[in-house]
Every structure is written in structure tokens, then in C-alpha cells.
Design a protein around this ligand. Structure first.
Ligand SMILES: [Zn+2]
Ligand SMILES: [Zn+2]
Length: 498
């Protein structure tokens, strides 16, 4: 009988169920032939009596579980130690009308998956992890290269990629390569190359022809001469990608040496993010963390006729200083806008003042102020800033001030993203017919759009040099400045007590 054959061949539960449904609902019950059907066709009568499976509930439960995992992966990957904000207001991705700032992964998904399973004590599979990755987080592409990123990291990556291609080393992953050099990558001694048992250990290499010529890329900072408006040339420093060539032997040697030096850098980065995370986790009502950065200046935009008529070729700019404040239970982002383009210490504090005053009003109990900013190369790390740092906040009622410098090239993140949000809002406002001529009109235009960061306008007269001039006698201000802790070359912490 054809039906019997068909029923036997129907392997899947679903298929059998369909056949059941057909017979039960329409035929068998009608003619009371169930037992005969069991005998003749081989239908499982037990299944006929069973209540049909509730696929709706199962589906919903599974959906809830996936949603929960998705949030967890999203939170993990959005953390600043796992991905960084791609700078620039155009760096967004839209998926189903949801516009998000692009974030670039700091490591391979494989490594991050491992980190995730360890940290969360989860058994999530790698493929699931990849599937749950938010659409706006991705691997950096060559076109994502920005001048402000960490050159050391990138140059090492170029060399590793070349050596992997030449089959000299087993993997291009810097993290995996470091593991070969140390006993324990979590140990400070090992990563600082002070450990007696792993100091001098190198990445294992396969046989290679040391004399063969090869090529690789490298980022270099160069002084370039550029023609400017009035025929004079001005020199600007630029970071350019250049092709290097040399023997494989040299490349291997350079790679090994640089990786050796970078161990400390890797350790510091991880350590900083971890301490920052720990600091955020144990904030009391008295603490406030302020992660700040200057955003790239915004060029004013107006309708074209006005521009050519009134301003000629020169375009005005406004400066933007952005930051995120973390308190016990609240996270606030802010941005101050000014026509004054000073980025030095006086500029920093002119920008910071309204934000700090506002925070004092909102969180009156805060006493301990912690700043976090990008590393040693920026305007934040200088005597004048230390002077202002040791005076201004105390005048506002703070009792201790602490400044953390992140490892060079790795201190961006949250504030950078806020700058991008503000600039995008400003651009949108221009498209809608607003003119942005100066800081004030920019503030007004951005305010009308629904952006969350708090905006402050900093007037020119707030950029005044402090008196007495700090450069003359910083260290003689009695009792105000005491270097409390100097961890190493990169992490500097200054505590000021009154
Ligand atoms: Zn780096
Ligand atoms: Zn060791």
C-alpha cells in the first residue's frame, strides 16, 4: 500500500505529524478507523492521542533566551577594551533604520569569544557568538586607518601579517604570539620582561631564507610641506603608510624586538581597562569619573550664497570638548562648544568648568574627582594643566583630584563617540536649513535635534590665563600638589590633597 510506504519513509517527526494530521482530522476519526489504520499503515496511535506540541511557547522561550544572550554579547563587545569607536561623524551603519556609530574590534573574534566564555563563564559556541555580534561592530578594514590610533600596534600587525604570509610564524595574531614569549600573560613581571624564567624568550619561527628580500608596510610620521593660501608653504606633520623593504632575517629580528617591547604596552592597556572597570564598579556617592577628550574642530557651514558673500574662502571653526561622567548609578555625557580654538591647559579648563559646575549641581555629594584622558602625547599632560588641576576643582568643593593617563593611542572611546554624535546632529541641522556660523548657532542647532549629551557654550572671556602664571613657579604652590603615585612611564596618577 502506497500510504504505508510513505509513512515509513517519513523520517522527520514533522512529516509524520503532517500525515497524522491529515488522517486524524479528516478521515480516521470520521470513520472510526484509528486502530485499523495503526495495523494497516503503521500510524502511531499514541501520537494521535497526544496533545499537539505547543510550538508557539517553545519558540517564544527560545527567542527570549537568544535576546538575553544577544544583549550580553552586545554589552561585552561594546566595551572599550573589546572594540573602539570609529572616529568621524560619517562612520555609521544603518540596519533596519537603526543608525549606529561603527565600532572596530580590537582583537580577532576568536580571541574575544574565548575571553567572553572565560569572563561570563558561558558555553556559548563560537558560531553563536559571531551571529549575535551587533551589526555596527566589525573588524577594522585597511580604509579604517586613522591617524590617531596606536601606531605601535599597527606596525607590529603589519610585520606579523607578512611573516605569517611567508610561513615564518604560525599565527599573525599578536595576542597568540605574545603567549609564546611569556609564562603568564596576566603576570606583570612576565609582561614587563622582568621575569627570570621567560625574559629573552622569543616567538618560535620556522625555517626561512634570511637573505631573501621582502616588503611590508609601516606607518610613519613625516613632516610634509604643503602650499597654503598665501603662496607660502607650511609644514604639517602627517602619518603616512609606507612600503618598507628588507631581508626576511631583518624583518624577523625587528618583529621579535618590537613584540618584546610591546608586551609592556599590552599589559598596561589591559590593566588600565580593568582598573577603570573596577573603579566604575565600586563608585560611591562621593566619587565621579570624568573621561574627556578634545574632538576635532568643527567647520562652520552655511547656505552657499551667504558663505561666498560674507566669508570668502576662509571657513570658521568651533572647538568641541567632549566627555562622559560616571557616578554611582548614573552616566552623563557632555560636550562644550566654543569659538575659541585653544586646546592648551587654559582651553581645557575653560571647557571643563561649566561641565564640572553642572555636575556639582546634579551630584552635590561628589568629592573625589577622577579624570581619565588619552595618553602622554596630548595637551593634558603638562605642568600648566597640573597647576590648574590642583587649584580649580578644590575651589569648587572637590576634596581629591586624580588624573589617569591612558596608554598612548588607547584613551579614546566614549568621548570620541560623543563628538561624532554632536557633529552628525550639526550636519543634519545644516541640511534642514539651519546656518551654523559660530559656537552659539551650533549649540542652538544641535539642541533642536534630539541628542542626549548636555551642551555648554564657552565664551571667549573664559579663556583667561590664570594668575599668577603657573609656568613661573608650579612647584612652589605650598601644600597643593603632591605626586602621590607614579606607577610606570605610562600610567601616571597624581593625587592632590588639601
Ligand atoms: Zn597600542
Ligand atoms: Zn615569566
Amino acid at each position: 500500500m502506497g500510504l504505508r510506504e510513505k509513512y515509513k519513509q517519513a523520517k522527520a517527526y514533522r512529516q509524520k505529524q503532517l500525515l497524522d494530521k491529515f488522517f486524524v482530522k479528516s478521515l480516521l476519526k470520521k470513520y472510526r478507523l484509528t486502530s485499523m489504520a495503526a495495523k494497516e499503515i503503521g500510524i502511531n496511535t499514541k501520537r494521535l492521542k497526544q496533545a499537539p506540541r505547543d510550538h508557539g511557547t517553545l519558540f517564544r522561550r527560545r527567542e527570549q533566551l537568544v535576546a538575553k544572550m544577544k544583549t550580553s554579547v552586545e554589552n561585552f563587545l561594546s566595551r572599550d577594551d573589546n572594540s573602539r569607536v570609529k572616529a568621524g561623524k560619517k562612520s555609521t551603519k544603518t540596519h533596519k533604520k537603526d543608525k549606529q556609530q561603527i565600532r572596530l574590534l580590537t582583537d580577532s573574534l576568536k580571541t574575544l569569544h574565548l575571553k567572553y566564555t572565560l569572563e561570563m563563564d558561558s558555553k556559548m559556541s563560537y558560531s553563536m557568538f559571531c551571529r549575535l555580534k551587533p551589526f555596527n561592530i566589525r573588524h577594522p578594514k585597511p580604509s579604517d586607518r586613522e591617524t590617531c590610533q596606536c601606531k605601535r600596534h599597527e606596525n607590529l600587525r603589519f610585520k606579523a601579517a607578512r611573516l605569517k604570509q611567508l610561513s615564518v610564524i604560525a599565527t599573525a595574531d599578536l595576542h597568540d604570539n605574545t603567549k609564546h614569549m611569556v609564562c603568564d600573560e596576566m603576570s606583570k613581571d612576565c609582561m614587563y620582561r622582568d621575569c627570570n624564567s621567560c625574559r629573552g624568550r622569543r616567538v618560535p619561527v620556522d625555517e626561512f631564507d634570511g637573505g631573501q628580500i621582502t616588503q611590508w608596510y609601516e606607518w610613519k610620521t613625516k613632516r610634509v610641506e604643503r602650499p597654503s593660501e598665501n603662496d607660502a608653504t607650511k609644514t604639517v606633520t602627517m602619518t603616512v603608510k609606507e612600503r618598507e623593504s628588507g631581508t626576511i632575517g631583518n624583518l624577523v629580528e625587528e618583529f621579535q624586538n618590537e613584540l618584546e617591547k610591546c608586551c609592556k604596552h599590552f599589559f598596561n592597556i589591559r590593566n588600565q581597562y580593568q582598573s577603570l572597570k573596577a573603579l566604575k564598579a565600586k563608585l560611591t556617592d562621593k566619587d565621579i569619573i570624568c573621561h574627556i577628550d578634545f574632538s576635532e574642530n568643527f567647520s562652520c557651514k552655511y547656505q552657499e550664497e551667504i558663505q561666498s558673500m560674507h566669508f570668502g574662502a576662509s571657513q570658521r571653526q568651533v572647538s568641541l570638548h567632549t566627555g562622559v561622567m560616571y557616578t554611582n548609578g548614573a552616566t552623563e555625557s557632555f560636550c562644550s562648544i566654543s569659538d575659541n580654538l585653544k586646546h592648551g591647559p587654559v582651553g581645557i579648563w575653560a571647557h571643563l568648568l561649566p561641565a564640572l559646575e553642572w555636575s556639582k549641581e546634579k551630584f552635590p555629594n561628589t568629592e573625589n574627582l577622577v579624570f581619565v584622558s588619552d595618553g602622554p602625547t596630548t595637551q593634558y599632560r603638562c605642568k600648566d594643566n597640573f597647576y590648574l588641576l590642583s587649584t580649580v576643582p578644590f575651589g569648587m568643593g572637590f576634596k581629591s583630584v586624580n588624573w589617569n593617563f591612558m596608554e598612548a593611542g588607547h584613551g579614546k572611546g566614549a568621548p570620541d563617540g560623543i563628538g561624532a554624535v554632536i557633529k552628525r546632529a550639526a550636519d543634519k541641522a545644516v541640511l534642514c536649513g539651519h546656518d551654523i556660523m559660530d559656537a552659539q548657532s551650533m549649540q542652538a542647532a544641535v539642541r533642536t535635534s534630539a541628542v542626549t549629551p548636555h551642551l555648554f557654550l564657552v565664551e571667549d572671556d573664559q579663556f583667561t590665563e590664570p594668575t599668577p602664571n603657573p609656568l613661573s613657579d608650579v612647584r612652589t604652590v605650598p601644600g597643593t600638589m603632591k605626586i602621590h603615585q607614579v606607577n610606570n612611564n605610562y600610567v601616571l596618577q597624581f593625587c592632590f590633597f588639601l
